[in-house]
Design a protein around this ligand. Structure first.
Ligand SMILES: C[S@@+](CC[C@H](N)C(=O)[O-])C[C@H]1O[C@@H](n2cnc3c(N)ncnc32)[C@H](O)[C@@H]1O
Length: 322
């Protein structure tokens, strides 16, 4: 006889950002289970149905993730085909996160609809169809979630890259931040790109037709400086006052600095009211995670802080005027 049972759990499971499991464990010190790099804080108090009401979801700032499993459940199943059938009955997209029983996980995955895996051409709209995730706990139980914070399988994706135009690969994180924001600088909009050298972000912005003032103590790659709409100022970005540069549509920063220095600079721009939209990299100095500075950014109204798939030991702060 075929059998299966499903228990919804109160809490979340968080898939660690690549290389930053220790930061995630610091953020979720009361974790209840660890499967590979999937950290969970759910309790076994089963919920009668998916915790769609926000009140049922544990909310706390957790940043060092690839994706978060928002509606975790445990499915008890009889066979591989039964597991795949049960998942398909919920929705189409399920990304396997293999931990134990990798062959069995692969067999369930093969019985599910294929997931998009091709590199994406920038710009593109975020997929609207829900992305689920699952991992096996043992031979007859899997942990899954039909809704994840990232629309990409396990939070991972790649762009079709331009290997010739940009002088660094840093443009990929700006592309990702813009795709996630759902907004692009429009042709003719003004941008300050602080910490611009060698010019990956400036290249990406100029490609969109924006007017970019690239500021860095180091020189900008010549071919980027020569792009239409690009001007370059060799200067310490943080000693430039907002009034020195005037109003801008977009303020970008990829400056290597202490998060507090970036916060002070951004605060000056906000107080002056001279920048409409901000996308800045909060770079962690040394091996630790500066949670205090990160929370200061998070407390700015309208802020979103994420670890992008293309980020390294850094988070991205996005604050756009609605
Ligand atoms: C990670 S790199 C930026 C890469 C760049 N976004 C790209 O796409 O090519 C960091 C840059 O910050 C610059 N930088 C560090 N401190 C700075 C400061 N106080 N003012 C301006 N630039 C600074 C460095 O010279 C370096 O070029």
């Amino acid at each position: 006889m075929l059998w299966f049972a499903m228990l919804y759990l109160k809490g979340r499971s968080y898939l660690a950002a690549r290389g930053f499991l220790s930061h995630l464990l610091d953020e979720v010190p009361d974790w209840t289970s660890l499967d590979g790099e999937l950290v969970s804080d759910w309790s076994l108090d089963a919920l009668p149905e998916a915790p769609r009401s926000e009140a049922a979801i544990v909310r706390r700032p957790v940043y060092w993730t690839r994706t978060q499993w928002l509606e975790p459940f445990i499915l008890e199943y009889d066979s591989i085909s039964q597991a795949a059938k049960s998942l398909k009955a919920i929705q189409r997209n399920w990304a396997a996160y293999p931990t134990v029983l990798q062959r069995r996980t692969a067999l369930i995955s093969e019985a599910l609809p294929p997931l998009p895996s091709k590199p994406k051409i920038f710009p593109f709209e975020l997929p609207r169809t829900p992305m689920g995730g699952f991992t096996l706990l043992d031979e007859h139980r899997l942990l899954g979630s039909a809704r994840c914070s990232s629309p990409f399988p396990n939070g991972e994706f790649s762009f079709v890259e331009d290997k010739e135009g940009p002088p660094s690969r840093a443009y990929r994180k700006l592309w990702e931040a813009l795709v996630i924001s759902g907004r692009l600088p429009a042709p003719g909009e003004t941008c300050v790109d602080a910490g611009a050298s060698p010019g990956g972000w400036t290249w990406a912005l100029a490609q969109l037709g924006a007017k970019v003032l690239a500021v860095d103590r180091a020189p900008l790659e010549e071919r980027v400086a020569a792009m239409p709409g690009v001007s370059y100022l060799q200067h310490d970005a943080f000693t430039l006052k907002p009034t020195d540069l005037g109003p801008v549509d977009w303020l970008f920063s990829d400056v290597i600095c202490y998060p507090e220095a970036l916060y002070a600079w951004v605060s000056a721009w906000r107080e002056a009211g001279l920048a409409k939209n901000f996308i800045c990299t909060i770079k962690m100095q040394g091996p630790t995670f500066d949670a205090t500075a990160t929370e200061r950014f998070a407390s700015i109204p309208g802020s979103k802080i994420i670890h992008l798939w293309h980020n390294r030991h850094e988070l991205t702060w996005i604050n756009l005027r609605s």
